[in-house]
Design a protein around this ligand. Sequence first.
Ligand code: GRF
Length: 209
Amino acid sequence: MGGRIVILVSGSGSNMVSLARACKTGQIPGDLVAVVADRPCAAIEKATGMNIETLVLSPSEFSSRDEWSVALRDRIATFEPDLVVSAGFMRILAPEFVDAFADRLINLHPSLLPAFPGAHAVRDALAAGVKITGSTVHFVDHLVDHGPIILQEPVRVQEGDDESTLHGRIKDLERTMLLRACRLLLEKRVQLRDGRVVAGHAAAPGSRG
Ligand code: GRF
């Protein structure tokens, strides 16, 4: 049994599918134990089709955002995750949530952070006329799309790109990056120490040592 992974999603779930396959084929030393969303979405349907446990917890079921965040934290804690991956999760994670999973909570963002944080990173990069953008995998801290960077890869903007073509190429890259990041973390080859990403000591997957 490898490290336990929970993924947070809101959308199409292409990264979730690639992560699920990589776990099943042993490409990464982990098990995708749950797919969690804030709304019904394609990612949840795909996870159900792959026989992965799902949970949809919508903020509208709670009287406040804080109550939802705490419920989300507590439900996710029951999965005992070694790694919590936010991939296209369209909600801001509250400090109570972030603190609970601080050294094992990562986010995938379609720009070279700190450039273009927020929900429209690809559109904003095109509007700014940059020639190179890309993707970032980072630990999550209390700010939005912010925190110690684990991996970053560039993507060149091409003549005639629109949001969809550019995001498509970024997502092609992200699928590989996310797997690499999960492997590095589960094998403890990188770790968060004093707010910085440092080389870790390899340990047996699944052990927290
Ligand atoms: C990815 O581009 C990710 O960087 C961003 O949302 C997108 C999720 O895509 N945060 P998918 O749902 O995995 O297809």
